[in-house]
Design a protein around this ligand. Sequence first.
Ligand code: IPE
Ligand code: IPE
Ligand code: MG
Length: 241
Amino acid sequence: MAVKAALPEGTKVPCHVGVIMDGNGRWAKKRGLPRKFGHREGAKTFREITRHAKRLGISYITYYAFSTENWKRPQDEVNAIMELFEKYLDEVRDFIEENIRVRFIGDRSKLSENLQRKMASVEEDSKDFDSMTLVLAINYGGRDEIAHSCRALAEKVRRGELEPDDISTELIEQNLYTEEIPPVDLVIRPSGEQRLSNFMIWQAAYAEFYYTNILWPDFKGSDLEAAVLDYSERNRRFGGI
Ligand code: IPE
Ligand code: IPE
Ligand code: MG
């Protein structure tokens, strides 16, 4: 895709970028602050990076905001994160004005009804927008998502609408939460950890990975550009030569 901002001519911009927003807790700890301050600061980075991604010509950006494993955290931290979602979902509406489509992936049934309502309404109000798609992974787990797809297909088999032999990788894919969202090209993980932590394990099968020690609240537009430039130099073979 053509380059729109700050990047050198000829840069190959990934169509879909996945971001594992990590390091909020350590950012706060370094400053002697409670962890929730790190989450608040991380939410600011999220808004800044989303706008920058759009300027760079990225078509899809998915953020890992809360994993199916994050419920293991102390209740007060989980509550603080959920309160932040409530607040920031109102602000996500600003993105709608910028022609950005907003989608959510993950198991919503465990979230508060109020949050679920807000998510549905943002999705509905932005469904026709096409400058970029912003995907938020909330109570998302890659394994949970694959199980969800399998259940949907098993139900079709039970109803006699599908033969087991017809279950293909395409059908599994069509029943993931990311239906109609292309595979991830580049996964960015700040904070120094080098793992997926159950993020997009299906969709990232052929993704390129970019790790940096910068903590998410300190991550800047220039860091996103550095990741894209690094990606642009990679030779993606997809099993070929
Ligand atoms: C990521 O930051 C945010 C969520 C998982 C919700 P962390 O809270 O994991 O920050 P660290 O890894 O403890 O620094
Ligand atoms: C991954 O970060 C989940 C999100 C960023 C939402 P974690 O901090 O939960 O991952 P681990 O526990 O270090 O693998
Ligand atoms: Mg972490």
